[in-house]
Every structure is written in C-alpha cells, then in structure tokens.
Design a protein around this ligand. Sequence first.
Ligand code: ZN
Ligand code: ZN
Length: 183
Amino acid sequence: MEFKVIELEREPIEFDLELPPGSVDFGDEAEQEGNLATSGRAEVIHEHRGPKDIVADIRLRGRYAGRFRVPCARCVESVDLPLGADFDLIFRPIGADAGPSERSITAPETEIGYYQKDSLLLEAVLREQVLLSLPVRTLCKPDCKGLCPRCGQNRNSQACSCEEGSNDPRWEALAGLRGRIKS
Ligand SMILES: [Zn+2]
Ligand SMILES: [Zn+2]
C-alpha cells in the first residue's frame, strides 16, 4: 500500500489490512507464517521551518501482528516467533535535512525516517519494523545443543559419535584441569 503525499494532503488515510506472505520481503532473516495484520493511519504533518519553508512530513501510526519463523542461532532449525508492536513514525521527504545546518524537531515519542518520490510504501515500513524487532539471537530452546562442529549433526535430536571428544582440544584441556584438581 502506497501513501501518496498529494492524497494525504486531502485527508488522512486509515488502513486495516491482512497481508499474505510474500507481500513484504523479509529476506533470509524471517519467514512470514500466515497473514500479517496491520492497521493504522497515515497523515501529513506540515513542519513550518520558516515563512516559505514548509516540509510535508508523513506521520504513520499503527500496529502490526504476525507469526514468523526464524532460524535458531545454534542449530538453524526454524523457531516460531509471534511478533507484534505499535509504531508511531515520522517520515520526511528525502533531502529535507540536507545542508550545513541540520535542523530537526524534537519528537521524543516518534522516530524519523525518510520517504522518496512523494510517497511512502507501507510494506517497506513494515519490513523495517519487523526486522528491527527481531531478537538479536533466537534459540529454539534455552539449552539448545546446536550442531556438532565436526559432523554437522543436530545434537538436540541425536548424539553423534564425535561427542566422545577424545580429540577435541577443549575436552583435553578440561581433562587436564580435572587431573590437576584431583592431585
Ligand atoms: Zn536450536
Ligand atoms: Zn559430530
């Protein structure tokens, strides 16, 4: 859904959508499961910077909720992740803040972004919001055993024979330490 400044100038636009998977490109970082629900309102806010210097900002307020699958940071298995959040964002025309004296309004409750070519794409905003909300590290379970660094076996489902660790330097160091503690 595209919000055109010229249309928003006439009146704010309310939206309430169910976006099927594929509407927003999340890349490899997250896979959308089922519809992504989003609703809210877009409007133009005129920023009066001077008598003849008026900037048309787009304010986008709303929320989204959806289910996603992201790879576990240790074993790469898909993890179900429900994500949802409210947003309140301001978009300025790109280039509006260019120049030596960068002026900016202070809007503590909002974040500033930029729009190009007189319009803003809701899908691009949602993409950024969802990706920003992803945890830094997702684990399928807190004690995920991960993949064996040697044979690649997922150690949650099956132990592999490498686990004896006879040749693993980390195990040898540990065995040496144990020996010293005992003596
Ligand atoms: Zn895992
Ligand atoms: Zn192994």
